[in-house]
Design a protein. Structure first.
Lengths: 92, 92, 92, 92, 92, 92, 92, 92, 92, 92
């Protein structure tokens, strides 16, 4: 089951650069892990913004929320989820 | 080069159902053709809406506009384009 | 799997009152059927508006889109879907 | 009398994690108590967001405001209330 | 129980002026009746707009929806309802 | 001359609770005084929000601005003013 | 008492050009008359739009609504009114 | 003096295709003429939309409005103008 | 050449009251000076808000930006500029 | 390939004026360099705002993101990118 997810990151000013870098490193590991496992199907940067559009493939809404709320950057993100369905003209 | 495209269709009230069905049939053929050629990489229905999110892979902005403005449903659509870039945490 | 759905109806001016009444009667039958089957868990009127908030319980995004796009009033509606997950403080 | 309520939480940066955890613990107790008493009929997480949609069943607007403004997280929330009425097609 | 209601009227172009005048006359009668009965406590014109802000005093959400959806101009209105509660600094 | 005023309060984080309580106490006194004098005709809490809708009755725009900008909570408020006129269907 | 007023005109498609020209001619006469009388203090075109920003000087909200709702183009306009007060740094 | 102008065209449904094509042909002639004269410095298509971003170089606001309101497509356009100034880091 | 300008001031919390008062005093001097010189033609307070609507009369966009960006309160303001043109029904 | 880019700068309050001036100096050098190299084709100030509209000419979305995210002011900017295509009426 697919969902389009947009994530916008707002860099916190109450953390040191080193603290935030550590969070970003954990985020990268987490994102790569979910991509390898197949749940995070696509991950694209929005040009010019500290934001991404992603496509997740998950068995349930609960699982999607578990994955998103587990993001190390989650406390610094605005996240918006759009459920997707099969399109009648899609050939895949 | 990837672009996220959202298309919202507004059914015209000044066309007959048969006229609009004919346009939709041409749209389906056109969409399937572009998908086979690789330019229209993904096509998903937005759940509950007469709308889709798509990803296009094109060599230029001009080519993307040519493809989108050639859609048989283009006169009845609101289209919004977001340019995408490679994300540093993407493993693809 | 639960989804909150808001539906806003815009009465078409190119149909006769009798034609639109017939559509509304089919809508009522359809809505009651889905409620009896358990897919349409809640249906509330938004006070002062020709609109409702509903909760659907469906096994997939595809099934939700099938149910919503099958609504007799679908061509006259603006629909917005929000995926819901279990809340850690919910006791149900 | 039913009301749909959306609550969005913004984590304060001027409190320590321990202070905020204590507030969240009180919030959980409060939410569970109101659910057991029947005033807080439904509580769902919005997927991907620190937010919920809830349905309250209260005898009056004043009582609803008393319950909402008493939430331990109220100072950190944006709350929006939509009054609901019985829908003519609802079978409940 | 008080509610602030904003109503914006959009004059239909598919009715004759005489037809719309007849609807407006019924609206006036209806509004005056509800004011005399006490349910429609205040009715003010928004300066420069075909719109009003009103305050209704009703025993329930269902009753408010019954009154608003019964307005002869209801099909031509956008209506927005805000529930009100007693303010701790109000002296009334 | 009547004006609808909406005031939304944002609690400042750079003041102590005691400092803000003192401002709120002055606000209450100020609001009660203006109500007794007749300039602040109605004061209602917006359910679920730290906000109010009010109706002021003043002889001029200048006087309304003087009253509003004199509110002890004014520096912490977003205020929006809508001028009201007599409605032709109002019976008052 | 001053008010800033923005008026946006939407040309109706159900009137002939001659009918609409006649309305515009009456609008021009009406606008010139109110300017000569002093109530319509300023009238500026918004560059690139069929819209104007105006300043009215009127003794009351009721009078302003009477003047605005009497505009021959009023049925085809979106009007927004902002009440103005004397600014402490204004030297006029 | 430079202005950024965005123009969005909405195709009218009350004109025949031939009538609208004639207007578009006049628009093209008009646009090319203004570009040759130097007033319309840049003209770009917004990808995926029946819209353009343009830069005009004109001696005054009045002249800009004269040029824009003279566009054959002006009655079918939404136009938004942003005044531009020299940027301190621009090397041109 | 006329421009309508709206300025909204946001009081900074990282300055002392004395520091901000000093900036406001410089702002007042600056505003009065530009009014006397004729560039700042009108200055009105928006009722209920820490904001003003102003009309500037300047020979160019560059000059307008120089004047606005020189405002002592500029770092604490949101400014929006609308270019104005002569209206065909204006009698001035 | 052309892109219209709007950048809005928000001055940070957690940096000293000297620190921010150093960043702005690096920004100026960076912007001038990209203009000389031809990637940053146009750079205009938005009148009255700490913002610019720019046109970039780049071979790809990835390159555009590399240039924009490398801006010394990037952490303090809101950036929005609009892809542009050749317009059929453009004579360039």
């Amino acid at each position: 089951m697919l969902f389009l997810v947009r994530m916008d990151v707002k860099v916190p000013t109450h953390l040191s650069a080193a603290e935030f870098d550590a969070i970003k490193a954990r985020e990268k590991t987490y994102a790569e892990q979910l991509q390898r496992e197949g749940a995070w199907r696509h991950l694209w940067r929005v040009v010019g913004e500290y934001a991404n559009y992603s496509v997740f493939d998950v068995p349930s809404n609960d699982e999607l929320h578990r994955l998103l709320s587990g993001l190390p950057l989650f406390p610094f993100m605005t996240v918006h989820v759009t459920p997707l369905a099969k399109h009648p003209s899609a050939i895949q």
